[in-house]
Design a protein around this ligand. Structure first.
Ligand code: KIV
Length: 267
């Protein structure tokens, strides 16, 4: 019997309108093994690592080397799960050749099966260049965090009719450029439904309602590791921050009082 094969980009494309695509972010091998055991379809090494791993205020300072490193770590924990790596700010906007070279590093050095990049019409030439070289590209529209300063904060996008039309045009542009899927972030439910109905590739929502073909969340957010982060779109499936604090307090107490290590944990 051969090794288990990872879900491929064409298989994900074929899920359009079918079984919903479950996606989480991941940044290390230990969580990657847990994620794979849970039956998730796709793992994204997101540039959200700037916030949740590095403690930065935004995704902007994340480098390509950072994402290559974390993608390599995650790849070691996966066999069947489709692995997507995020292209950080300024790794695909400067010119299309650089975009291809940088996407290639995420695949060759990181072990990613696909890359994700933000933007619609303006990113279409870079998407086409990367896809033409044989690398699947996932798009990202709506609240694209690398444009946070242009948006004036993390705000819901596409609320006006004009903005909704622009997002639809962006969605069509990245489909034409060759994307096999797209993340829709923080847009109204009716717009998510409209885009999902109109384009032939799976939409993966975050803050974009149940009308998408799939869903993505940041793993630390859904596990409840940050007490202070509670946006409307987020459902916390656990309160791990409480459990981590409790475990560490118990450890601290037992070491101080001399009850750990006991005989059972000594040689
Ligand atoms: O960086 C990231 O984690 C993302 C997802 C939230 C879609 O882009």
């Amino acid at each position: 019997m051969g090794a288990a094969k990872a879900l491929t980009a064409p298989q994900i494309l074929a899920r359009k309108g079918g079984e919903r695509l479950v996606t989480v972010t991941c940044y290390d091998a230990t969580f990657a093994r847990l994620v794979e055991a849970s039956g998730v379809d796709l793992v994204l090494v997101g540039d959200s690592l700037g916030m949740v791993i590095q403690g930065q205020a935004s995704t902007l300072p994340v480098t390509l080397d950072d994402v290559v490193y974390h993608t390599r770590c995650v790849a070691r924990g996966l066999t069947r799960t489709h692995l997507v790596a995020d292209m950080p700010f300024l790794t695909y906007q400067v010119n299309d050749e650089e975009a291809l070279r940088n996407a290639g590093r995420l695949v060759v050095e990181g072990g990613a099966h696909a890359v994700k990049l933000e933007g619609g019409e303006r990113s279409a030439p870079a998407i086409r260049r990367i896809v033409d070289a044989g690398i699947p590209v996932m798009g990202h529209l709506g609240l694209t965090p690398q444009s946070v300063h242009q948006f004036g904060g993390h705000k819901v996008q596409g609320r006006s009719e004009a903005a909704a039309e622009r997002l639809l045009a962006d969605a069509r542009a990245i489909v034409d450029a060759g994307c096999y899927s797209v993340v829709l972030e923080s847009i109204p439910a009716v717009l998510a439904a409209r885009i999902t109905a109109e384009i032939p590739i799976p939409t993966i929502g975050i803050g974009a309602s149940a009308h998408c073909d799939g869903q993505v969340l940041v793993i630390y957010d859904l596990l409840g590791l940050d007490d202070g982060f509670a946006p409307k779109f987020l459902k916390k499936y656990e309160r791990l921050s409480d459990r981590v604090r409790d475990a560490l307090s118990a450890y601290t107490r037992e070491v101080r009082e001399g009850t750990f290590p006991d005989d059972a944990h000594s040689f």
